[in-house]
Design a protein around this ligand. Structure first.
Ligand SMILES: *[C@@H]1O[C@H](CO)[C@@H](O)[C@H](O)[C@H]1NC(C)=O
Ligand SMILES: *[C@@H]1O[C@H](CO)[C@@H](O)[C@H](O)[C@H]1NC(C)=O
Ligand SMILES: *[C@@H]1O[C@H](CO)[C@@H](O)[C@H](O)[C@H]1NC(C)=O
Ligand SMILES: *[C@@H]1O[C@H](CO)[C@@H](O)[C@H](O)[C@H]1NC(C)=O
Ligand SMILES: *[C@@H]1O[C@H](CO)[C@@H](O)[C@H](O)[C@H]1NC(C)=O
Ligand SMILES: *[C@@H]1O[C@H](CO)[C@@H](O)[C@H](O)[C@H]1NC(C)=O
Ligand SMILES: *[C@@H]1O[C@H](CO)[C@@H](O)[C@H](O)[C@H]1NC(C)=O
Ligand SMILES: *[C@@H]1O[C@H](CO)[C@@H](O)[C@H](O)[C@H]1NC(C)=O
Ligand SMILES: *[C@@H]1O[C@H](CO)[C@@H](O)[C@H](O)[C@H]1NC(C)=O
Ligand SMILES: *[C@@H]1O[C@H](CO)[C@@H](O)[C@H](O)[C@H]1NC(C)=O
Ligand SMILES: *[C@@H]1O[C@H](CO)[C@@H](O)[C@H](O)[C@H]1NC(C)=O
Ligand SMILES: *[C@@H]1O[C@H](CO)[C@@H](O)[C@H](O)[C@H]1NC(C)=O
Length: 448
């Protein structure tokens, strides 16, 4: 059985999850029946729209039902699951950059290269895990219950290293040196088991078995920062179902001590740890996906935080990233508004508040964002993963808090998460994106 079910569209937004499944295959009956048996009971509504291409629309699903169905596709294709590199044929994308001081006057990306990532890859983190000066990638495979490590060859290709086993539903992955041994470690949020895993790195691209620490219910994102000024990195995690964050303070001996949960708005999702008021204490800012706000928690530098300051976003803010978008040495924020098909730019006032949001249109269901200077003009740019489009957006910064109209860069369907790094050592920042529909990693090399 391969690729029997093709999710055309998987809506995992928070208000009205739905799922559109289509297939042109004659081998559809048993699989559709299986879907109906397992899902129709929960679902209530099923519309069969065409004979040749049967389209089934389920509504009234919970988010987890949608994920579970998407995972069915991953499992149905498991028989032929291999890691392979496929270069696709497509037009490359280019845009004239307008900034006179850019080294890159015509920004172009080569057609993407695609590698199978794992079962329902959800989150990417990038760094040099084995000390060879090439950028490597770790991917959290939500229904594979593992983190796959891809070591960079320094020329835009990757080789797979050993995977790290995780608890249920690894949904977010990041990296940092938690034990100050100068080797990068991996932190993974386990959505299904209300915990995070820390795998200490050996510095050679392999990692120890994870240590697991409890957090709140249905955790989503995490951010790493030094919240108590002790030179050991701590972690903050959003607990989606609890309207809270958990702060795990590093106890300096390969262990973490959990703070009391800190109340947020409704359905906290993204989280960033950075110093937004230049007092040298790390703050955290959380996107409240059901409140259309971000909450800023200014840090006291002792592991505790001020009461939150809320700022408005558009509908359903999810992924967030920080950067100085207007060159005033005050950190700004970008937030992906999944139900509004937009990003909000929030320019920081250096005191935890932001100026009124500036909104830019994106593709469909922007899920996550990343920042970096992809056109080498010294101004921060923004990359957006549109989880129900077949492209990512690149917003080139003017350095004054505004951005050019978005570039659309073709990827496989459903780019879910993005990361920026130089993967072929040519001094230019490249982009990687995860396709939620094809379970692949797309590599987009900057050919400016
Ligand atoms: C960019 O260069 C053009 C041509 O040299 C010049 O007219 C324009 O003022 C420059 N723009 C900026 C923002 O420096
Ligand atoms: C990586 O780069 C650093 C700094 O340039 C250099 O000292 C080191 O030898 C390099 N390591 C390898 C494995 O190339
Ligand atoms: C990339 O580097 C790897 C390892 O050195 C090598 O096997 C591969 O052929 C290279 N690929 C390209 C496209 O240069
Ligand atoms: C953490 O959880 C993983 C996955 O369930 C398990 O393999 C690992 O042994 C656990 N770590 C410890 C220290 O129990
Ligand atoms: C990585 O380092 C660890 C610890 O030193 C060692 O056990 C392991 O064999 C190494 N793996 C590779 C692939 O070098
Ligand atoms: C989270 O906030 C929403 C909206 O205020 C509320 O309906 C829900 O009960 C809260 N959940 C918890 C666990 O407090
Ligand atoms: C680690 O540090 C914490 C806090 O100082 C302490 O409670 C715990 O016993 C220590 N654990 C070990 C194994 O040293
Ligand atoms: C923060 O640290 C920098 C660098 O050490 C220092 O110059 C600055 O005065 C500090 N700011 C505050 C508010 O302490
Ligand atoms: C968040 O949204 C919920 C539901 O709309 C509302 O009841 C609650 O008051 C809001 N909370 C905040 C802090 O805005
Ligand atoms: C953290 O610092 C704040 C402000 O100085 C203080 O009010 C609070 O008691 C401190 N908390 C802890 C746990 O030290
Ligand atoms: C930002 O810079 C761009 C390009 O130079 C210019 O067109 C725009 O008016 C500027 N916007 C603001 C708010 O300064
Ligand atoms: C990007 O895609 C959107 C949606 O398909 C379209 O409206 C927009 O014109 C495209 N932008 C460019 C620069 O092609």
């Amino acid at each position: 059985m391969t690729n029997i079910i093709e999710p055309l569209s998987v809506d995992v937004n928070n208000h009205n999850p739905s799922l559109l499944v289509a297939t042109n295959s004659v081998r559809l009956t048993s699989c559709i029946r299986l879907l109906l048996i397992t899902l129709a009971i929960i679902v209530g509504l099923c519309v069969i729209a065409s004979i040749i291409s049967i389209v089934v629309v389920f509504t009234g699903l919970s988010t987890d039902d949608v994920y579970t169905t998407a995972a069915t596709r991953a499992i149905s294709s498991s028989a032929s699951y291999t890691t392979q590199i496929v270069t696709t044929e497509q037009l490359s994308t280019s845009v004239q950059t307008t900034n006179n001081n850019s080294k890159c006057q015509l920004l172009t990306f080569a057609p993407y290269t695609s590698i199978l990532a794992g079962y329902f890859p959800q989150s990417i983190t990038v760094n040099d895990f084995n000390g060879d000066n090439h950028s490597d990638i770790a991917i959290a495979n939500r229904f594979g219950n593992n983190v796959a490590i891809f070591l960079g060859n320094g020329n835009g290709t990757f080789r797979k290293s050993t995977s790290i086993p995780t608890s249920s539903e690894p949904i977010f992955v990041t990296n940092a040196d938690f034990n100050n041994d100068k080797k990068l470690d991996i932190a993974v949020v386990h959505h299904g088991s209300a915990s995070i895993g820390i795998s200490l790195g050996f510095g050679n691209g392999t990692f120890a078995m994870p240590m697991n620490f409890s957090v709140g219910n249905s955790p989503y994102y995490a951010a790493v920062g030094n919240f108590n000024n002790d030179n050991y990195l701590d972690i903050v995690i959003t607990n989606y179902d609890d309207n809270s964050t958990t702060v795990l303070i590093n106890s300096q001996n390969n262990s973490f001590i959990s703070s009391m949960n800190i109340s947020t708005g409704s359905a906290p999702f993204g989280v960033i740890a950075a110093d937004f008021n230049n007092d040298n204490f790390t703050d955290t800012v959380v996107s409240n996906s059901n409140n259309d706000t971000v909450s800023m928690f200014l840090g006291y530098g002792n592991g505790t935080f001020h009461l939150p300051i809320n700022s408005n976003t558009m509908t359903s803010p999810l992924g967030t990233a920080a950067g100085d978008f207007n060159g005033d040495y005050k950190l700004d924020l970008v937030v992906a508004n999944v139900d509004d098909n937009s990003i909000s730019i929030l320019l920081g006032n250096n005191d935890g508040t932001f100026q009124t949001q500036i909104v830019y249109s994106t593709g469909i269901w922007p899920w996550s964002v990343a920042t970096g200077d992809v056109d080498e003009d010294t101004y921060v740019d923004i990359v957006v993963a549109n989880s129900n489009s077949k492209f990512i957006n690149v917003f080139l910064g003017y350095g004054n808090g505004t951005f050019r109209k978005a570039m659309n860069i073709t990827t496989e369907a459903g780019p879910w998460d993005v990361a920026i790094s130089d993967f072929n050592n040519d001094g230019r920042l490249d982009i990687v994106a995860l396709s939620s529909n094809y379970f692949t990693l797309n590599i987009l090399l900057n050919t400016c």
